[in-house]
Structure formats: C-alpha cells, structure tokens
Design a protein around this ligand. Structure first.
Ligand code: CA
Length: 221
C-alpha cells in the first residue's frame, strides 16, 4: 500500500482517492505521529511525503525513516509546494527517491509512482502485520502466532480491510460496500455474521478486532 503524508486534507483525499481508483491501495495521514502509528503495523510499499507539515517537517520525517532499520528502504517521493524549496532539497542528499512540485496532475503523480516502484521493487512482499497476526497478501495466507488459519474469501477481505486501516473504525456500510459491492442487496448484519466467524477462527487474535457499537469494527489500539 501507498501512504500519503499530507496535512492539507483536500489534497490528501484527492491523492488517496485517485490511487485507490487506479488500482493501488492507499491511505492518508496528516503528520509524523500518524505515520509512525501506521508504520508500527505495516511497512508501506511507498510513501508520498509532503514537506510542509505542521509539527515535524517532511525532511525530518524522511531523516528518521532512513535512520530506522525497519523503514530505511521504503521508497519516498517528496511533494513540495515551491520550486525554490525543491532547489534547496536537491542540494541536500535527502535520501528521497523522487520529488514532485505542487501543483501536479494526478497523471504525473501516478507515472512518478510507477517509475519509483519499478526502480525500487525488490522482493517487496506485501505483508500486513498486527502483533502476532500476519497476512501475506501475495500468498493469500493468514497466520496467527505462525500457525496458518483458513479463512473464507469474505473473512479474508474483512480482515485485510481492518489490517490495512489499523486503529481506524471501518463502518459496516463501508465494509459492505467495499467487500460485497455497492450493488449487493443485503443488510449490514451480513458483516456482523462474517466478523463472528472470522473471530472464531482467529484464536487468541480474536480480541484484536474491536466492536464499535452502532458503527462497525476496528483493530484495537
Ligand atoms: Ca503541507
């Protein structure tokens, strides 16, 4: 998945929306703290990093990413507001994989992303991890404490959604729309039924899925 770190929500939402509708999985965060929370659970295949962020600057975040063994290899594309800013960065050896100056078109962004992913793709295994729960997206395998768990397709998709959005409440309606499809004629109770069977198969990891009464589900914090 691709993570967009951008405090301007309209831009962040546009990027995430565009990527999701282009076949990438994307999520947005607004600052370094939120990025860290996400990185605790998974390693994205690429990070789009805005430079001008309210607390910690994009450059400081990038520096931290590069200093940490877990995150040092994540490809990073920097988003900058001004070309003057860009000149400054280019003068430094920032460790970014590419730069793009705002305003940019979504087409340009996608082509830069493709180029960087092509250049950097090694054995980028898409593995989601939450505590001792692991999901290998390329192999379609779920493991709890290294024991393989057999899930139905819908249970797998539900768990994947939750693991891709750690700490975020996934509403029943959203899950129903995204997993069963917009034209699925059913009730949100369908989601509850599948969550119940999913939990029953997860063993000790069943407690990782929290019910948010009246809304939906999320992975515990
Ligand atoms: Ca900004």
């Amino acid at each position: 998945m691709i993570v967009c770190v951008e405090d301007e929500l309209n831009i962040q939402e546009l990027i995430v929306y565009t990527l999701n509708s282009t076949g990438y999985k994307a999520s947005g965060v607004s600052n370094g703290v939120q990025l860290d929370a996400l990185l605790n659970h998974q390693i994205p295949e690429l990070i789009l990093l805005d430079l001008m962020l309210p607390d910690e600057s994009g450059m400081d975040i990038l520096k931290r990413l590069r200093e940490n063994k877990r995150t040092k290899d994540i490809p990073v594309i920097i988003l900058t507001a001004k070309s003057s800013e860009m000149d400054k960065i280019l003068g430094l050896d920032s460790g970014a994989d590419d730069y793009i100056t705002k305003p940019f078109s979504m087409l340009e962004l996608i082509s830069r992303i493709k180029a960087v992913l092509r250049r950097t793709s090694k054995e980028t295994s898409d593995v989601l991890v939450f505590r001792d729960l692991k999901m290998d997206l390329s192999k379609h395998i779920v493991m709890v404490e290294n024991e393989k768990i057999a899930l139905t397709l819908k249970e797998y998709e539900l768990l994947k959604k939750l693991m891709q959005n750690p700490g975020v409440v996934c509403s029943r309606d959203m899950l129903l729309d995204e997993i069963w499809g917009y034209d699925y004629y059913g009730e949100s109770r369908t989601v509850d039924v599948h969550i119940r069977t999913l939990r029953s198969k997860l063993g000790k990891a069943e407690t990782y899925i929290e019910t948010i009464r009246g809304v939906g589900y999320k992975l515990i914090d």
